[in-house]
Design a protein around this ligand. Structure first.
Ligand code: 13P
Ligand code: SF4
Length: 359
């Protein structure tokens, strides 16, 4: 097996040979051994935009997970190849909502609500999907008047949706949906979890009619590990600690924290602190460790004492990066992510609504 140093040399040599022909994007959750070679580092929203900024590059090498590479393929120029260094880098949350189950849910909702707008022109329900979902679900949203959100613009997107609809169906992440709706003042009684099992009673029809937000049952296995006990311990051990968590965390954790926001929000909050501060962070460990190293004037640690990387982000190993870059140098495109033509247009519509809804 090649050592990190050898792989580093191979990656740098391939990058030099490729020049502007390839651009490497890296999500904040990537390990340092990979992120050091990225041309752009950011959260999922920033990386979706970054994919638009280099139409000249033949290849976009996406060090992140599958749904991010799909989004880059939808937004990038048709002749650009988007490459995911390891095809096994998926997202367990994205896998929790499949297109058939969402379509079945939608059918049931249309049966109950109908499709007629109210006196203010608001349709009964609009679908909103978190970026962490398949291209097929983004296309579903595009086709049904809906929109995509990321953790950095979920509030703006929900406001956009409530201007056009009496309620939203939000998938796959129940926590981001609940936390964002709550921050907008939607009472908990008007949020309900979609229960697909008609044979087990299904959802109460009146509760659906009274709802403003219908939540899918998805969650992030990394962020669901955080709990209020960890926050209480951090506050006891470090009086004055600032607790910042990602909105994929459960609601009681977000409520107990000082603030919640996307990975970029967390980074900016630490960068903005003018006095030495202790930060306890509720998000993925690679990012937290990097922030701790980048801001030595502060104390930055992860709320979860057990190391918790995102296991799928971690599947992008520098060995895969070296391989896909060397193949490009040799004129071969491997691990290309291609979103089917039939899905591209509607998915792009939903993504473009998101980009336009930006404050
Ligand atoms: P952001 O990049 O939007 O903060 O999302 C975090 C995440 O879980 C990506 O999968
Ligand atoms: Fe998916 Fe969670 Fe990993 Fe993000 S951190 S890619 S939501 S499993």
């Amino acid at each position: 097996l090649a050592s990190d140093a050898e792989l580093g040399e191979r990656i740098l040599a391939a990058k030099a040979a490729l020049g502007d022909r390839a651009v490497i994007l890296g999500h904040f959750y990537q390990r340092d051994e990979v992120i050091q070679y990225a041309d752009f580092v950011g959260d999922s929203f920033q990386l979706a935009n970054a994919a638009l900024t280099r139409p000249d590059a033949e290849a976009i090498v996406f060090c992140g997970v599958h749904f991010m590479a799909e989004t880059a393929d939808i937004l990038s120029a048709p002749d650009q190849a988007v490459i995911l260094p390891n095809l096994a880098a998926g997202c367990s949350m994205a896998d929790m909502a499949d297109a058939d189950s969402v379509a079945e849910c939608w059918e049931q909702l249309e049966e109950i609500f109908g499709t007629e707008p109210d006196a203010e022109g608001r349709v009964p329900v609009l679908p909103v999907t978190y970026m962490n979902s398949s291209a097929a679900l983004k296309a579903f949203c595009g086709e049904h008047g809906g929109i995509v959100c990321t953790s950095s613009n979920a509030r703006t997107v929900l406001e956009w949706a409530f201007q056009r609809a009496q309620r939203v169906l939000f998938f796959p992440d129940q926590h981001l949906g609940r936390n964002t709706a709550k921050a907008l003042g939607v009472p908990l009684e008007q949020m309900l979890m979609w229960n697909p099992r008609k044979d087990l009673g299904g959802n109460d029809e009146q509760a659906l009619l009274d709802s403003r937000v219908i939540l899918w049952h998805g969650f992030c296995s990394v962020h669901k590990r955080f709990n209020v006990g960890q926050i209480e311990k951090a506050r006891m051990d470090f009086p004055g600690v600032q607790v910042i968590v990602h909105p994929e965390c459960p609601m009681d954790v977000v409520d107990a924290a000082d603030s919640a926001g996307s990975t970029d929000f967390i980074k900016k909050a630490i960068a903005a602190a003018t006095e030495p501060t202790t930060f306890a962070i509720g998000t993925e460990i690679n990012m937290v460790n990097r922030l701790a190293a980048e801001y030595p004037q502060h104390t930055v640690f992860c709320l979860d004492p057990v190391i918790c990387p995102c296991s799928t982000m971690y599947r992008i190993h520098p060995g895969y990066l070296a391989w896909v870059l060397e193949e490009l140098v040799a004129g071969r495109v491997v691990n290309r992510i291609t979103v089917a033509e039939s899905v591209q247009d509607h998915a792009r519509t939903a993504l473009e609504r998101m980009l336009a809804a930006r404050p």
